[in-house]
Design a protein. Structure first.
Length: 394
């Protein structure tokens, strides 16, 4: 394993042999972002391929538009999807993070919409979802959204709902983003389009038994992944909250976890079970990152100490799915099911519903009250009462 890592590093250095300051800066940015040496080598090759195709000019002498046309032309030249994807990622990183240029110019309409969302304090993830919804609308008609009629908008949602048969949450996000554009940015009356809000469904969440939680966690072999998933369950965290935990958020003296700027831009404190502190300590000692408890370490596991990013939520979700597949648990669950299980298990042990609401970060007790339908004691007691009431029917 050691020789394999050395070989990867040597590959990167051989590509950079006699490298310029620009290449050095690119490598520095990639290492700071926790990219594996093999990925760094792939990105450098992508940049050198563009340089060769553009007359061997230095990247800082190649305009962004020409670089984008080069990426678009890869498909016509028969390049694979992997090559096109890596080239796009590499060149975008080069121009945005190293050269300080905008890879994709932003139209005045999109810029104004983003400014309107920032003024209202929308989360970055919400902004991204709204912009993507409007972008898909524009692509569907092939023109700017401010030129579309009310009937065009209605026809688009008929396409999403009746033809593509997208799920309700997907349609709702698209509706929210497009509605925001027309009402807040373009100052148009969206109600005249006649597009209704999709009817909301209220399915009960799937809850894992305590033995099932431990069976799944026991199948996670990597310490940092097991520590992250254990903390998510032990504190009832959302997936993103668990990934973004910082070292300073662990208060060993008071025995609490400080969750910063969670859903709705809310902070909260959650009791931290003492039993998981040794596991968190072992996890931190595997990387010694000064900021993140669960940093992005890259595929080679060599970049954890200097990584400026936390572990991607997708990584934790993949680890959970892999552990679920070999755990023997046959329920259709995700990482978020650990949060549902946390609340249900606390309620079964007699913890006050108001405290659970506070620890989960729910704004309304009605949201937390759904877990009363999932507790084993409540269901068993109610079933016994029903049985006694109906005992004389047979």
């Amino acid at each position: 394993m050691r020789n394999k890592r050395s070989k990867k590093v040597a590959t990167v250095e051989s590509i950079l042999q006699g490298g310029s300051t620009l290449r050095t800066r690119l490598i520095k940015v990639m290492r700071a972002r926790g990219l594996a040496p093999s990925t760094q080598a792939l990105y450098v090759r992508a940049v050198r391929a563009m340089v060769k195709a553009c007359g061997r000019r230095s990247p800082d002498a190649i305009p962004v538009g020409e670089a984008r046309r080069y990426v678009a032309g890869l498909k016509k030249r028969g390049a694979s999807v992997t090559l096109r994807s890596s080239s796009l990622s590499a060149l975008r990183l080069l121009y945005e993070k190293v050269l300080g240029q905008v890879w994709r110019p932003v139209s005045p309409l999109r810029r104004r919409m983003i400014e309107d969302m920032e003024l209202r304090g929308f989360a970055p993830k919400t902004q991204l979802s709204y912009v993507r919804a409007v972008e898909h609308l524009s692509r569907f008609f092939g023109r700017s959204p401010d030129t579309l009629s009310d009937e065009d908008i209605r026809r688009y949602f008929v396409h999403l709902t009746c033809e593509r048969k997208l799920a309700r949450p997907t349609v709702t996000i698209a509706l929210s983003g497009i509605k925001f554009l027309y009402e807040s940015t373009l100052k148009r009356d969206f109600s005249v389009t006649g597009v209704p809000v999709p009817k909301r469904k209220y399915p009960l969440p799937i809850v894992l038994a305590r033995e099932e939680v431990r069976a799944i966690l026991s199948k996670v072999t990597e310490v940092r992944h097991r520590a992250c998933l254990t903390l998510i369950y032990a504190c009832g965290l959302r997936l993103g909250e668990g990934c973004r935990v910082q070292v300073v958020d662990i208060d060993r003296v008071r025995g609490v976890l400080h969750v910063h700027l969670a859903k709705g831009a809310k902070d909260r404190y959650i009791p931290l079970p003492p039993g998981i502190l040794p596991l968190l300590g072992v996890c931190w000692r595997t990387h010694h990152n000064p900021t993140w408890l669960f940093p992005s370490v890259g595929r080679s596991n060599l970049c954890g100490t200097a990584s400026e990013r936390c572990v991607p939520p997708g990584t934790i979700q993949q680890v959970f799915s892999a552990a679920l597949a070999v755990s023997g648990v046959r329920k259709r669950v995700s990482v978020h099911s650990l949060r549902h299980s946390y609340a249900t298990h606390l309620l079964e042990d007699g913890v006050n519903l108001r405290l659970i609401q506070s620890w989960l970060g729910h704004g309304s007790p009605a949201v937390t009250a759904v877990y009363t339908h999932l507790t084993e004691q409540a269901s068993t007691s109610a079933a016994q009462q029903v049985a006694r009431l109906m005992s004389d029917l047979a």
